[in-house]
Design a protein around this ligand. Structure first.
Ligand code: ADP
Ligand code: MG
Length: 408
């Protein structure tokens, strides 16, 4: 331990390995995923024998160990000797979310270490990139395993544009080289969005990652807590509490790891040597309010204006109707210089906001066959407003002044 490092950890309940609680940390072993890992190993074992593995889809809600399993297999593959060189390429499609980006990423990884220069990050056609990849694989025997993590995102944005050529590429290759896909989706209905042609290339290989039970979450947490906290800082009771709260939500391992980490940070800041239940409850609150802020922050501009219009109309607990809301929405568009959408489109955005849990709506019949949709915000007015105000679009709007002057 370095001279200074000692002081950093001396007073803390965390060890030097507090990153073990982060979701990017890859643990030594994955618990309760033997069935999934065995199936994946079975599929990828073809590569070890020099043949192309089948394409496979991993699906399950967030925090069920899909990314961890893909990275775990990457480690296993790298430590195995194979008759044909195997390249395992991991792409997160939330970051690389265009067909060009995906293709460029694959080409660059494949050409790495060869004499050929990698293609530029823009400017060529997809067809050209495809040609480069096929050309290289024809001359150099390689088995590629391409992980497309968060693939839902790619398909949502680009349809089957990139999955189709990738899933068919082996037809253009010569013996010895191949490309296999591991597509990872959080959306359980992901396959419904695939073309029949693409789907058939996955030949039924789908691996489900079910939510963890509270006992499973407890075991996962215990492993990580041992690394991240000093002895005695976390009791079995605290692990159980975190696991129970996590299982009530949806068995998401990432959420429980976050919960324990934030609880640890809260205990640490108040100078305590052990985590107590109140720290866990406080952590839960902090995480929930961070999630809401993040949901608002990442809304597209039009949805932000609709959200703002609802906040201003409701101002706390009041309700508003679609008609009233639309008038306020149009006024806000006017002030910000955005072109207003039609009422129909705004209604779609309202439905999206409800899906995110930011607002609630209900439809009431108003006599003579008329039906009106009422809505109200489900989040604290002040918190939401201050997140919206961060956006440059609203910087000059002086929302609060207009609001006080009852201009809305
Ligand atoms: P997903 O990709 O399904 O959303 P991740 O694989 O990112 O979920 O898992 C979230 C976090 O939980 C990561 O820190 C991961 O290491 C941990 N984790 C998930 N499943 C397990 C498991 N079976 N054993 C140990 N840690 C796990
Ligand atoms: Mg993931």
């Amino acid at each position: 331990m370095g001279l200074l490092e000692k002081f950093v950890t001396e007073e803390s309940i965390f060890t030097k390995e507090r990153d073990a609680l982060r979701s990017s940390y890859l643990p030594e072993r994955l618990l309760h995923r033997d069935e999934q890992l065995d199936r994946i190993a079975g599929i990828l074992s073809s590569a070890v024998r020099g043949a192309a593995p089948s394409n496979v889809i991993f699906y399950g809600k967030t925090g069920t160990g899909k990314t961890a399993s893909a990275r775990f297999m990457q480690k296993e593959m790298l430590s195995t000797t194979t008759p044909v060189p195997v390249k395992y390429i991991y792409i997160n499609c939330e970051i690389t979310d265009t067909p060009y980006g995906v293709m460029q990423n694959i080409c660059s990884s494949v050409l790495e270490g060869s004499k050929q220069t990698p293609p530029p990050s823009s400017g060529l056609s997809i067809e050209k990139l495809y040609e480069i990849l096929v050309g290289f694989l024809k001359e150099n025997r390689h088995i590629l395993i391409v992980v497309l993590d968060e693939v839902d995102r790619l398909v949502e944005k680009n349809g089957n544009d990139i999955l189709y050529p990738l899933s068919r590429i082996n037809e253009d290759l010569v013996k010895g080289s191949s490309v296999s896909l591991i597509a990872i989706a959080n959306d359980l209905h992901f396959t419904e969005r695939l073309d029949a042609r693409v789907l058939s290339s996955f030949s039924g290989e789908r691996i489900l990652f079910p939510p963890y039970t509270s006992t499973e979450l407890k075991n996962i947490l215990r492993d990580r807590a041992k690394l991240a906290f000093k002895e005695g800082a976390v009791s079995e009771g605290i692990i159980s509490l975190c696991a129970t709260l996590g299982a009530q939500e949806h068995g998401d391992a990432r959420r429980v790891l976050d919960l324990l980490r934030v609880a640890g940070e809260i205990a640490d800041r108040s100078g305590e040597k052990i985590i107590r239940e109140e720290h866990v409850y406080k952590a839960k609150q902090t995480i929930e309010s961070d999630c809401i802020s993040e949901a608002i922050r990442t809304l597209p501009h039009q949805s932000k204006i609709v959200m703002l219009a609802i906040l201003l109309r409701c101002c706390g607990t009041l309700q508003t109707t679609t008609g009233e809301l639309y008038a306020t929405y149009k006024a806000l568009c006017n002030h910000t210089g955005l072109t207003p959408l039609t009422q129909r489109r705004v209604t779609d955005l309202i439905t999206d906001l409800e899906g995110l849990g930011l607002i609630q709506t209900n439809v009431r019949s108003m006599g003579r066959g008329g039906r009106t949709r009422f809505m109200h915000a489900c989040i604290p007015f002040e918190d939401a407003l201050s997140v919206i105000e961060e956006d440059d679009l609203f910087k000059n709007l002086k929302i609060r002044k207009l609001f006080q002057a009852k201009l809305f």
